[in-house]
Write a protein that binds this ligand. Structure first.
Ligand SMILES: Cc1cc2nc3c(=O)[nH]c(=O)nc-3n(C[C@H](O)[C@H](O)[C@H](O)COP(=O)(O)OP(=O)(O)OC[C@H]3O[C@@H](n4cnc5c(N)ncnc54)[C@H](O)[C@@H]3O)c2cc1C
Length: 247
């Protein structure tokens, strides 16, 4: 059972039509990069909470979440209406095992995100651990249009700090842009365009993959990996990929 702590909106960022980040001042005890918190609002006499990955690194304040408004959803249309100073509830403990603790060190770490799943990787990439454990890290962000390619400044800071050890590959399904690949992550993986853009193969010997976002991407990538002998990582049986599904 969650205990709720009271938070206040410190800052709101509106990235594009339906895409927002909220920074929240709340005294959350420590967490591990990659974990999520539950946030809640009191709506019509009921406390409605949903999990959100933390975008900030564990040593950064305020807390930050990145979400898109789901028009028919109960919480997100209300979250996007919040303004600095407004109250929000935060569960008193972060949860989740989609962290570096469950990643097997190999040469290359691939981080595959659809939509708002980008945020969970930024938290991890702002910490030292992945850089100590991997020769290269390849962050792939699948979005519909250029407006959804958020956090450009944070990604530029990571690139500046880590140089050739870091590759960022955006891919777009609707817009065309010279700086992004065209198509869904799964299509680009199957055609080899993703590996070509990264200048790296995906193999059982070399790679660990993290998959986060919508269930269709996760399922298709998982099937593709398993056909090539890469297996889900389990604590008792080290494998090649880990997943976190948002919807
Ligand atoms: C572990 C975990 C971490 C999560 N972290 C994030 C996060 O960092 N950012 C984030 O945006 N969401 C995240 N989610 C999803 C989030 O918890 C909510 O489900 C989402 O924000 C919609 O909330 P809602 O109350 O408006 O609608 P809900 O009642 O939760 O969902 C309404 C409908 O929208 C679908 N849906 C849920 N999320 C999305 C989405 N992002 N895009 C399109 N359709 C969606 C659901 O499948 C459902 O059919 C996470 C989910 C899990 C399980």
């Amino acid at each position: 059972m969650n205990q709720w702590i009271e938070g206040r909106i410190a800052r709101k960022q509106h990235w594009s039509q339906a895409l927002y980040s909220l920074q929240i001042d709340a005294p959350l005890p420590g967490f591990t990069a990659g974990q999520y918190i539950k946030v809640a609002l009191d709506l019509d006499g009921e406390r409605v909470g949903r999990p959100y990955s933390l975008v900030n690194a564990p040593d950064e304040k305020p807390l930050e979440i990145f979400f898109n408004e789901v028009p028919e959803g109960p919480l997100t249309p209300r979250l996007s209406d919040l303004e600095p100073g407004d109250r929000i509830w935060v569960a008193d403990k972060a949860s989740g095992v989609f962290t570096m603790d469950n990643v097997v060190p190999r040469r290359h770490l691939w981080m595959l995100a659809t939509g708002t799943a980008l945020g969970v990787y930024l938290s991890m990439l702002k910490t030292a651990e992945p850089w100590q454990r991997f020769e290269r890290i390849i962050l792939v962000h699948g979005a519909r249009n250029t407006g959804e390619l958020a956090y450009g400044d944070t990604i530029a800071d990571i690139r500046e700090a880590h140089g050739a050890a870091f590759s960022y590959i955006p891919s777009l399904t609707r817009d065309q842009d010279d700086t992004a690949l065209q198509g869904r992550i799964t299509t680009l993986l199957a055609s080899g365009a993703l590996q070509q853009a990264a200048d790296a193969d995906i193999t059982a010997d070399d790679s660990h993959l993290m998959l986060c976002g919508n269930s269709a991407m996760i399922k298709e990538v998982r099937d593709w990996l398993e056909q090539r002998g890469l297996q889900r990582h389990r604590r008792t049986e080290p494998g090649h990929y880990t997943t976190e599904q948002y919807h």
